[in-house]
Design a protein around this ligand. Sequence first.
Ligand code: THU
Length: 131
Amino acid sequence: MAQSEESLALHTLAVEASKKAHSPYSKLDVGVAIKTREGKIYAGCNVENASYPEGWCAETTAIGHMIMDGGGLIAEVAVFCPQMDKITPCGGCRQRLSEFGDGETVIHLCDGGGVVESVTLAALLPKAFDF
Ligand code: THU
């Protein structure tokens, strides 16, 4: 299936971000790139810690960059991990993405060659917690 140039660009940034992962414990190098509705793009990698629960996900790093740059509504996300055929965001990150996205936010699940599957946040996180 043909891939849009935009999703290819996000894929490339997610791959580059994964190379910066600090993941000596799981050895899963996760990279994420998010694009806001305004067209701004932010990348992130996972950052693990010897005290395992203190580590955090690639999505969290990217969201932190977005917030520090003034925030935005997340329109698209690419997620990549070279050690996995098709990584999907963890439950906690689905909730974090939903804080700054909406049901139409598109998550591109990637492998080294590009986008393998694109799913909406509504499909990944039905009945998200919100108040
Ligand atoms: N990880 C992410 O970075 N994002 C996800 O959505 C799933 C999990 C990271 C966290 C941890 O460093 C490693 O993958 C194994 O759980």
